[in-house]
Ligand binder design. Structure first.
Ligand SMILES: NC(=O)c1ccc[n+]([C@@H]2O[C@H](COP(=O)([O-])OP(=O)(O)OC[C@H]3O[C@@H](n4cnc5c(N)ncnc54)[C@H](O)[C@@H]3O)[C@@H](O)[C@H]2O)c1
Length: 458
């Protein structure tokens, strides 16, 4: 089988399927990426992925997209896992997917008749209806190559992994979703995923008892929608708790107590109920925007999604307001951003709140120093708004204020006394993730502000 795209999703998918016993070739049109993989590296930070690849050696190969034709001809199943960034008007930019689909068609069209049809599996996050679009483009590619009748089937297999735990999530997913109108495609994917569904591979990665993974089979459009609805729901859940957190600041309640009490209800659940500066990353913002864009195509209103996005934008502005409340003018103030990647355990800066916060601070005249255990260098290359340093205490030295942007262990574990000794008055800490010990911070002489933590710490 083959995987086109060796990003967080394609590489985790390819490595995971090779680990459970399949022969996999991963392709990418980024030559640097392929060279890095061929030399035994991983081109981005993802815990455990290097080890998973090493354990799959012999079954896992990496190649440039130039070898697509060969891989198409030698595969039963081909996953498409290329990027679908936010395009104009918020809609998903499908140009990478379209390029790959046409290329697959050309490769198929020029080949000798196949015993089994090629199953083209869309793993990229794409709007409802994209499977038919991909199918059309593969067909066009086949025609271009003059190979009418070349057989292929389409399936949608959206991905739900989280960066930072991509290996775990690929091997132990909550569910696998396959949408297709082809029995052959369904059977091919069922066979491919059997070791994961049955958890019949060495479980040294995870000590949990083996429980069968739900294998959800549905139509193409529903599979595509499941992905968007999942991300939109999670984003809305975070915005919901942030809305309540903002009310907690006004009425004097503590959101951490409230979220705990609410989350114990099985119908609600405790995950994604952490108040703070809001969601970001390469998926939630673009997927919520794409779902809204799809709705607009049908002249359908999405008040709940609009509100979820608006609340999230407001949370970012609240960081600035919290700084202004205690520092007043930010001109000439030194502000340390602690954590720059969009979440811990990844180096991904796409949609990272740190970037918008740094931009806003700079426009108000503040000097921004950023610390991140892995994404510091990339952040300073990406924007002149952040001067990156590689030690958190270095970032805090002489800072009037610090913002906890990403809850890395390295940030959570900072010694409040040492922090206070390095900072300048008013030694303000805006804890954008509510992860520091508020009492210990205050006792150390820091001015602590979290999100939704009552009158004093809000
Ligand atoms: N990152 C996540 O956490 C996550 C989770 C679930 C779903 N997704 C979805 O999965 C898809 C991939 O996401 P990602 O984060 O892995 O993206 P990524 O940007 O990390 O990787 C995409 C890869 O595709 C390659 N590529 C682009 N066009 C190509 C082409 N024409 N031929 C060959 N290779 C090509 C790029 O060089 C890159 O290596 C997106 O649709 C995304 O929304 C991402």
């Amino acid at each position: 089988m083959g995987v086109v795209g060796t990003g967080y999703v394609g590489l985790a998918t390819g490595a995971c399927l090779a680990y459970v016993g399949h022969r996999v070739t991963c392709l990418d049109n980024n030559e640097e990426r392929v060279a890095c993989l061929r030399e035994g590296g991983v081109p981005f930070y993802e815990p455990g992925l290097l080890e998973l690849i090493a354990k799959s050696a012999g079954r896992l190969q990496f190649a440039s997209s130039e070898r697509l034709t060969e891989v198409v001809r030698g595969s039963d199943v081909l996953f498409v896992a290329v990027g679908t960034p936010q395009g104009s008007g918020g809609s998903a930019d499908l140009s990478n997917v379209a390029n790959v689909a046409r290329a697959i068609g050309r490769a198929l069209g020029g080949s000798t008749p196949r015993e089994l049809p090629l199953v083209v599996v869309n793993k990229s996050t794409v709007p409802v209806g994209s499977a038919y679009y991909v199918s059309t483009l593969v067909g066009e590619g086949i025609d271009e190559a003059g190979g009418q009748g070349a057989e292929f089937r389409i399936a949608s297999n959206p991905e739900f992994l989280r960066e930072g735990s991509a290996v775990h999530d690929s091997l132990f997913p909550d569910r696998l979703v396959v949408g297709t109108d082809s029995r052959e495609a369904l059977e091919a994917l069922r066979t491919l995923y059997t070791p994961i569904v049955e958890q019949s591979f060495p479980t040294e990665w995870d000590p949990r008892p083996k429980v069968a993974v739900p294998f959800v089979t549905t139509d193409l459009g529903s599979a595509e929608m499941i992905k968007y609805a999942s991300n939109a729901f999670l984003a809305t859940k975070i915005s919901f708790i942030n809305e309540v957190a903002n009310l907690c600041e006004l009425v004097g309640a503590d959101i951490s107590e409230v979220a705990y009490g609410v989350g114990l209800d099985d119908r609600v659940g405790s995950r994604f109920l952490s108040a703070g500066l809001g969601w970001g990353g390469p998926c939630f913002p673009k997927d919520v925007a794409a779902l809204k864009a799809t709705a607009r195509e049908y002249e359908h209103e999405t008040p709940l999604l609009d509100a979820a996005a608006a609340v999230n934008e407001r949370q970012r502005r609240r960081v600035i307001h919290k700084l202004q409340r205690d520092l007043h003018s930010l001109k000439g103030r030194r502000v340390a951003l602690l954590g720059l990647s969009f979440k811990p355990n990844t180096d991904d800066l796409r949609g990272a709140p740190s970037l918008t916060i740094a931009g806003a601070l700079n426009s108000l005249g503040a000097k921004v120093v950023g610390y991140d255990p892995v994404a510091g260098k990339a952040a300073s290359q990406l924007t002149p708004d952040i001067q990156a340093v590689f030690d958190p205490y270095e970032a805090l030295r002489g800072a009037h204020a610090a913002v906890v942007v990403t809850e890395w262990e390295e940030v959570k574990g900072l010694d409040p006394k040492k922090v206070a000794s390095l900072m300048r008055e008013p030694k303000l800490i805006v804890d954008g993730r509510n992860v520091l010990d508020a009492v210990a911070s205050q006792e150390a002489g820091l001015l602590y502000r979290g999100f939704g933590l009552g009158y004093d710490r809000g």
